[in-house]
Write a protein that binds this ligand. Structure first.
Ligand SMILES: Cc1cc2nc3c(=O)[nH]c(=O)nc-3n(C[C@H](O)[C@H](O)[C@H](O)COP(=O)(O)OP(=O)(O)OC[C@H]3O[C@@H](n4cnc5c(N)ncnc54)[C@H](O)[C@@H]3O)c2cc1C
Length: 499
């Protein structure tokens, strides 16, 4: 490790021991062995303990850290996640899947969705039957795809408290030092950065670089450096959630999250191997807390294991994520409502960018910080737009939330994408997208939102050839899925593997 790097950030202090803090500590200790990493957490304050559904990028993160899948699933009561089933989003009674799969060619004469639509009633089955993981999800089947020629992507569900503990054990093995205590004061350096943390018992923790993972408290970036919050609540009005774990229901273990649209928000259902996570995310300006709670309880299909917990949050992010010697990750940097399970993905994205900035061994300059900040802002905005799309395309007008979401003014970036899709069928992608064009297609298709004109290039393929192609793909997928084990059976076999 070169001298300039060491003198810049010899001591890295992570504030907070939730998922974000332990992810940061583990990754930094792995990537920067020349630095001492210390994590300060308060048992008295605890962690938020929700956040049970993830995005496929978590697997790349685990691979870098050398995490064994079976060991991780055992330690966290984890299950596999192929995507999300959206119920009642366009109209009540309808459902669709957004899985991390492939819909073949997305444009031009071979466009799979284009040919499927062109054939109309003659098309074999529903469009979703052309997507392997969507069919797997609908039949409750799962098997890890072969490493070579990945046919689909997948993620996990897990117990958020156990996950933080699992990473903690790993981080401590990698040499991270853990300090338990409540931070009561933060001392600034002459240049305005953070110099020291003072704990309630008088101990002092010093560092060169501080990673603020203090959750919604945003102790360093928000409270100490007073970085303003960029509020997205006019686009994403949900601001509360009731969360409640329940016993595992008698039904088969679904390899997907369910998100059911309700009167003033939506309810999640996340299957873990030992229990089911339930929650209702809602907009307090459209529904009161008691009514939201009763709607959550009505969604639950097994007895509760604890009292429902109310969480309050704001949707948005800090204007900058890295200021002087403070970088915020996780809830302290911002939060987008959990509809697409993107918070842990955003932690990972920030961590990847941070490590890239620190690795050259020289102290990052103003340009590095500016690039980091603009990249993270874009990343949040892209995910924000994707989430808004789910609401925007609704045909529901049965409550104030849905009427507002269907007619509100959109961010320019999203308005352009919707316009491009409607006019030409183009799935426009900007830089720093979290979700690829296939994911955007899954939402448009699921919500029955189609371009106004068919691409003339589709006519280059004879209808019989298009029909044959779709039939063969559908049959191939159906046969492959029929040969797969159920999610329950597959998971049981994985959990039984010896470490
Ligand atoms: C309703 C809801 C649903 C969610 N669902 C998902 C999901 O499905 N998927 C997903 O990816 N994410 C989800 N999230 C987000 C997810 O919960 C978080 O991103 C994740 O848990 C990381 O949290 P964190 O580590 O940033 O904060 P926390 O878990 O809150 O950790 C904060 C840490 O800071 C410490 N701390 C705070 N103040 C002090 C102090 N003064 N002194 C010492 N220590 C201090 C605390 O003790 C704690 O250790 C959801 C969030 C909410 C609100």
């Amino acid at each position: 490790m070169d001298a300039a790097y060491k003198s810049a950030y010899r001591r890295i202090v992570v504030v907070g021991g939730g998922a974000a803090g332990w992810m940061a500590a583990t990754a930094l200790a792995t990537a920067l062995p020349g630095s001492a990493v210390e994590l300060v957490e308060s048992e008295e304050i605890g962690i938020i303990g929700v956040g049970e559904a993830t995005f496929p990028s978590i697997r790349a993160f685990h691979k870098i850290l050398g995490i064994d899948e079976a060991e991780f699933l055992r330690a966290t009561n984890g299950t596999y996640k192929l995507g999300i089933e959206f119920c009642d989003w366009r109209v009540r009674g309808e459902r669709y899947f957004h899985t991390f799969g492939d819909f073949g060619a997305l444009a031009g004469p071979q466009s799979l969705w284009g040919q499927h639509r062109r054939l109309g009633d003659a098309a074999p089955g529903a469009l979703g039957e052309q997507c392997l993981p969507s069919v797997m999800a609908s039949q409750g089947r799962f098997q890890v795809p072969p490493e070579q020629g990945q046919f689909f992507n997948y993620a996990y569900h897990f117990d958020a408290v156990l996950y933080a503990g699992f990473l903690r054990t790993m981080a401590l093995r990698k040499g991270v030092r853990r300090t338990e205590g409540r931070i009561v004061d933060v001392a600034r350096r002459a240049d305005g950065g953070v110099g020291q943390l003072r704990l309630a018992d008088g101990r002092v923790v010093e560092g060169d670089l501080f990673i603020d993972c203090s959750g919604f408290a945003s102790l360093l970036l928000g409270r100490t450096l007073e970085e303003p919050f960029v509020d997205f609540s006019h686009w994403l009005p949900v601001d509360r959630a009731w969360a409640c774990p329940a016993e595992r229901s008698g039904t088969a273990l679904a390899p997907y999250t369910r998100a059911t649209a309700l009167e003033g928000g939506w309810a999640w259902r996340i299957p873990l191997s030992n229990r089911t996570g339930h929650g209702h995310v809602f907009a307090s300006r459209h529904i009161d807390e008691e009514r939201a709670l009763s709607q959550l309880l009505a969604q639950m299909d097994a007895p509760a294991l604890a009292e429902p917990r109310l969480l309050r949050f704001a949707t948005g992010h800090r204007a900058r994520f890295w200021v002087r010697n403070v970088v915020a990750l996780g809830l302290s940097s911002g939060f987008l409502e959990p509809l697409e399970s993107t918070s842990i993905f955003l932690v990972q994205s920030g961590l990847g960018r941070l490590i890239e900035a620190l690795l050259p061994g020289t102290a990052p300059d103003a340009r590095t910080l500016a690039d980091y900040n603009s990249g993270m802002v874009r990343q949040f905005e892209r995910v924000r737009d994707f989430i808004i799309l789910h609401y925007r395309l609704t045909a529901r007008r049965d409550s104030a939330l849905w009427r507002t979401m269907a007619t509100m003014e959109l961010p320019d970036t999203l308005a352009f994408k919707i316009h491009a899709w409607r006019q030409t069928g183009a799935l426009h992608q900007y830089g720093d997208e979290g979700f690829d064009a296939t994911s955007w297609l899954a939402i448009h298709a699921g919500m029955g939102h189609w371009p106004e004109h068919a691409d003339p290039a589709l006519r280059e393929v004879a209808p019989e050839a298009a029909l044959l192609g779709l039939r063969q793909r559908r049959e191939g997928i159906a046969a492959a899925v029929a040969a797969m084990p159920t999610h329950d059976d597959y998971l049981r076999a994985v959990l039984a593997q010896r470490a």
